[in-house]
Design a protein around this ligand. Structure first.
Ligand code: HAX
Length: 436
C-alpha cells in the first residue's frame, strides 16, 4: 500500500463509526424542511447531501477541508521557485484532511507519474472526432473509453466486500487523475495545433508543470495551470458537476462513467461553460470599443443591452454565493500582479465596477457579484490559450480532483444509491392547498 493510501485508510477507519452512528442513532432527527418553491426551483438549498471534502459558505466562499483558498495556497508545498502549490498536494489534502509535507507530495508525484500511460485506443478515439467537435464532448468520450481499465469492475465481479470498495476506487481515481491532464493537452494540440507533434509527458515534472509542457506553453503557464486546477477542484457537493459525479457513482458505476458524466454536466453554459461564454461576450464588447476601455455609461449600456435581449451576464451570479467569489479574487490578485496592463483584464476590471449595480437595478439575480468564470478566461488568454472553447476542459481537469476524492469517500463510507422522491404537479398543488 502506498503512503497516501495508508494514511487514507486510517482516516476511513476512524470516520466510519461517525456515519454509522448518524444513521442508526440519529436517523429520525429533522435537519431541514422542504418548501414548494424548492421543489419547483431546482432543489435550491435543500440540505440533503454530505461531503467532508469542501464546504461553501454563501458569504465566505469555498473552504477545502476547512481551509480557505488563500490558506490552501499558503500552506500547501510548492515546487522550488514556483508561486503556486503542487496540485498533487491538494489531492492529498482533499483525501486526508491533512496538509502534506513536501516529502509526502513528492512520493505521491512519483506514484501518479507511474500511472500516466494511456492506451493507444484513447488517442484513436480522440483522433476519430471531427475537428469541429466541442473539446468537452471529446474529453467526455476519451474518459469514457478508458472505462475498460476499471479495477473496481474487475474486483466487483470477483466478489469484493463492501468495506473494500474504496480501495480499487482509489486506484481507478488516481489512475484517471494522472491521465486526464494528458488527455486534455492532447485534445488541445489536436484541435488547435495539429501541425506540432504530440508531446509525451515528462516523467520529471509534477502535474501542473507537465500539463504546461504538453500544451506547449512556457513558464509561468505551469503556475497558471496549478492555480487553475486548484481553484476549480471542488465547490461542495450540490453543484451540477459534483452532484452528477456522485449520483452516477452511487449506483456503483465506476469513476470513468462518473467523471464522463460530470464532464457532460459541466459543459452547460449556466455552469462550467460560462468561462467560454464570458470570453465570447467580452470580445463582442471589445469589437465595439477596441483596446481603449469605454467609460462607465457605455459599459452600463452594453450590460443592459445584453439583459434586455433576454440573456444572462456570463460570469455573474451564483446559486449559493452572495459575495464576490474568492476564486475570482485569487485570479484577480494574480492578474493585478502579473498582467495589470492586459487589455482584456482592463475590461474585466472595469466591468467589476459596473455589472453588480446594473444587476441590482435589474432586480432578478440574487447574487449580483462575479463568480470564478468572470476572470478565468482572461488569464488563459494572456498566456496564449486563446481558443476559448477549450476553457471548460481546464475546469473539468480541476473539478475531477474534487469529484474523484468525493467518490472514494462515498465508497469508503458506504453511501447508498441515491434515490430522492418525485411527485406530480397535481400532488404538489394538493399539498399546498390549491383547490381545483
Ligand atoms: N445575468 C442575468 N440574470 C441573472 C444572472 C445573470 N448573471 N444571474 C441570475 N439571473 C437571473 C436568473 O436567470 C433568474 O431569472 P428568472 O427568474 O427569469 O429565471 C433570476 O436571476 C434568479 O436567479 P438566481 O436565483 O439569482 O440564480 P440561480 O441560482 O437560478 O442561477 C446561475 C445561478 C449561476 C445559473 C445564474 O446566476 C446565471 O445564469 N449566471 C450566469 C451564468 C454563469 O456565470 N454561470 C456560472 C456560475 C458559476 C459556476 O457554476 N461555474 O461553473
Amino acid at each position: 500500500m502506498n503512503k497516501l493510501k495508508e494514511v487514507l485508510y486510517s482516516k476511513i477507519e476512524a470516520h466510519r463509526p461517525r456515519t454509522r452512528r448518524l444513521a442508526k442513532e440519529y436517523g429520525d432527527v429533522v435537519v431541514d424542511q422542504v418548501h414548494a418553491r424548492q421543489i419547483v426551483g431546482g432543489m435550491r438549498g435543500i440540505k440533503c447531501l454530505i461531503s467532508d471534502i469542501s464546504y461553501l459558505d454563501p458569504y465566505e466562499g469555498i473552504r477545502y477541508r476547512g481551509y480557505t483558498l488563500p490558506e490552501v495556497f499558503e500552506k500547501l508545498p510548492k515546487p522550488d521557485g514556483a508561486e503556486m502549490p503542487y496540485v498533487e498536494g491538494l489531492y492529498y489534502l482533499l483525501l486526508t484532511g491533512d496538509i502534506p509535507t513536501r516529502e509526502q507530495v513528492e512520493d505521491l508525484i512519483i506514484d501518479m507519474n507511474n500511472r500516466r500511460i494511456i492506451p493507444k485506443y484513447v488517442w484513436d478515439v480522440i483522433d476519430s472526432f471531427p475537428s469541429e467537435s466541442h473539446p468537452m464532448a471529446i474529453l467526455s468520450a476519451a474518459v469514457m473509453s478508458l472505462e475498460r481499465e476499471s479495477l473496481f469492475n474487475i474486483k466487483y465481479r470477483q466478489g469484493m466486500k463492501k468495506t473494500d470498495y474504496w480501495d480499487p476506487t482509489y486506484e481507478d481515481a488516481t489512475n484517471l487523475l494522472a491521465k486526464i491532464p494528458l488527455i486534455g493537452a492532447y485534445i488541445y494540440r489536436k484541435l488547435y495545433h495539429p501541425e506540432g507533434a504530440h508531446r509525451y509527458p515528462d516523467p520529471t515534472l509534477d502535474l501542473g508543470a507537465n500539463f504546461a509542457y504538453m500544451m506547449g506553453k512556457d513558464k509561468p503557464y505551469d503556475d497558471v495551470s496549478r492555480m487553475y486546477f486548484i481553484i476549480h477542484a471542488d465547490h461542495e457537493a450540490g453543484n451540477v458537476s459534483a452532484h452528477t459525479g456522485h449520483l452516477i457513482a452511487s449506483s456503483l458505476s465506476d469513476v470513468y462513467y462518473a467523471v464522463s458524466g460530470m464532464i457532460n454536466g459541466l459543459a452547460g453554459p449556466l455552469h462550467g461553460l460560462a468561462n467560454q461564454e464570458v470570453l465570447r461576450w467580452l470580445h463582442g464588447l471589445m469589437e465595439k470599443f477596441g483596446d481603449k476601455v469605454p467609460g462607465e455609461e457605455e459599459l452600463r449600456a452594453y450590460v443592459w443591452d445584453t439583459l434586455n435581449s433576454g440573456q444572462v451576464i456570463p460570469g455573474y451570479g451564483h446559486a449559493v454565493l452572495r459575495r464576490t467569489d474568492p476564486r475570482y479574487m485569487v485570479q484577480r490578485e494574480f492578474c493585478l500582479k502579473h498582467l495589470p496592463d492586459d487589455p482584456l483584464f482592463k475590461y474585466v476590471d472595469a466591468l467589476y465596477k459596473v455589472v453588480p449595480d446594473v444587476l441590482k437595478e435589474h432586480g432578478k439575480a440574487k447574487n449580483p457579484w462575479p463568480n470564478v468564470d468572470a476572470q478565468s478566461g482572461v488569464v488563459q488568454w494572456h498566456y496564449g490559450v486563446r481558443e476559448y472553447d477549450f476553457y471548460t476542459v481546464l475546469f473539468a481537469i480541476g473539478r475531477s480532483i474534487g469529484v474523484l476524492s468525493n467518490i472514494i469517500w462515498d465508497r469508503a463510507l458506504g453511501y447508498p444509491i441515491e434515490r430522492p422522491k418525485s411527485i406530480t404537479t397535481d400532488m404538489l398543488e394538493e399539498m399546498v392547498g390549491i383547490k381545483k
